[in-house]
Design a protein around this ligand. Structure first.
Ligand code: ZN
Length: 325
C-alpha cells in the first residue's frame, strides 16, 4: 500500500496489487479529516491509518463508505467515535454483502486438507479465490460497524470552508454507490464506479445507470479521480470505464442473440484493448449482468458466488490467462 497526495488537502492510500479486495482509501485532510473507505481487513485498515498518520493531526472525525462491500467497510471498527456516513441502503445491504463470517469460513476451509480436496474437485474457482485471499487477508476479528449518518440523494459537508459533496449514483456497481467530490481541489473519490487498469465487477445495478453515472463524473470534470481499485487517474479513467462497459454490453448482445450462454460468450468475446487490464476473466460477471438485463431480470437479483467464481476460473483457463480474481 502506498500514500499519494493528489491535491493540497486530498490523499489516497492505494493497494497496488489491484485484485479483488485490494481497494483504495481516501483522505480529505480538512475539518477534522474525512476518510473514504476503510479497507478489507484490520491489518490493511491499520496500514492505511499509519500512512494517513504521516499527514493528519489525528484520527479522522468522519468516515464515508462509498458502498456496502466488505473491502470498503471492514476497517470501520478502528474509527471509534467517528461519524460514519453512507447512503441509506448501506446498513441493510452490508448485512448481506459484507458479513465477514462466510469469508472467514471459506479461508478456513481452504487451509484444511479435506475441504480443500473437495473444493479442488468440485469448485476450483472458489478454491482459487480463497487461496488468493489467504495470501494477503485475514477476516478474523472483524465486527461489522454500520454507518451512523445516512443520506438519500446528496449530502454536503463543510470542512472549514472546503465543500465536499456526497452524491448517490447507485445502483451501478452496488446499491449504495456514492461519489465524493471536492470541487475546490478538483478531486473526486469514485468508489467502485471506477476500476482502473483492472476489469470492473458489478453486483447490484444496471448498465444504463452505470453509464449515466460515468457521464456525470465526466461532466463534473475533476482534475484527479481516485478510483475504488487501481491507480489514480484523470477524466480518462471515467471515459475508459464507459467504453469498456459499452463494448462488453454490445459484444454480449451479439452472442446472446446467437443463443450462447454467458459463460460461452465470455470465452469468445474479443476484449480489444481491455485484454491488457488485470483480471480479464472477471469479464464473465459483466457478461452475465448484461444477459440478466437482456432477460429483463431485476438489477438486484442475487448472485450465486460459488458459480460466479467457478465461471471466472473457467473463463481464465479457456482464455489462457492467469487465474486471478
Ligand atoms: Zn471494491
Amino acid at each position: 500500500m502506498k500514500l499519494q497526495q493528489v491535491s493540497d488537502n486530498c490523499f489516497a492510500a492505494l493497494n497496488e496489487k489491484n485484485r479483488v479486495c485490494d481497494a483504495n482509501s481516501g483522505l480529505i485532510n480538512r475539518g477534522g479529516g474525512v476518510v473514504i473507505d476503510t479497507q478489507a481487513d484490520l491489518a490493511h485498515a491499520r496500514r492505511m491509518i499509519e500512512l494517513f498518520g504521516k499527514v493528519w493531526p489525528g484520527m479522522a472525525r468522519r468516515v464515508v463508505n462509498t458502498h456496502e462491500d466488505g473491502d470498503h467497510v471492514w476497517g470501520n471498527q478502528l474509527f471509534e467515535g467517528a461519524e460514519i456516513i453512507a447512503h441509506r441502503t448501506v446498513p441493510g445491504r452490508m448485512r448481506e454483502t459484507a458479513d465477514p463470517r462466510p469469508f472467514e469460513k471459506l479461508l478456513d476451509g481452504a487451509s484444511r486438507l479435506l475441504p480443500r480436496l473437495w473444493l479442488r474437485a468440485r469448485h476450483p474457482g472458489v478454491l482459487a479465490v480463497a487461496r488468493q485471499l489467504q495470501r494477503d487477508y485475514d477476516f478474523d476479528g472483524i465486527t461489522l460497524v454500520p454507518p451512523t449518518t445516512l443520506f438519500e440523494d446528496r449530502l454536503v459537508l463543510d470542512l472549514d470552508g472546503t465543500e465536499v459533496q456526497l452524491i448517490h449514483v447507485g445502483p451501478c456497481h452496488q446499491a449504495g454507490d456514492t461519489i465524493v467530490h471536492v470541487p475546490r481541489e478538483g478531486v473526486l473519490f469514485a468508489g467502485d464506479v471506477i476500476f482502473r487498469e483492472c476489469t470492473p465487477l458489478g453486483w447490484a445495478g444496471t448498465y444504463a445507470r452505470w453509464l449515466q453515472c460515468l457521464d456525470q463524473i465526466i461532466w463534473l470534470d475533476p482534475q484527479v479521480i481516485v478510483p475504488g481499485h487501481g491507480p489514480v487517474c484523470g477524466i480518462e479513467g471515467a471515459m475508459e470505464m464507459r467504453a469498456y462497459l459499452e463494448h462488453v454490453r454490445e459484444e454480449a448482445s451479439r452472442w446472446f442473440a446467437r443463443g450462447l450462454t454467458s459463460l460461452q460468450a465470455s470465452k469468445r468475446i474479443d476484449l480489444g484493448p481491455y485484454g491488457a487490464w488485470r483480471n480479464p476473466a472477471r469479464l464473465y460477471a459483466n457478461v452475465e449482468r448484461a444477459y440478466r438485463e437482456f432477460r429483463s431480470e431485476p438489477g438486484d437479483a442475487p448472485w450465486d458466488m460459488t458459480a460466479t467464481f467457478d465461471a471466472i476460473y473457467e473463463v481464465a483457463k479457456a482464455r489462457r490467462c492467469e487465474v486471478e480474481f
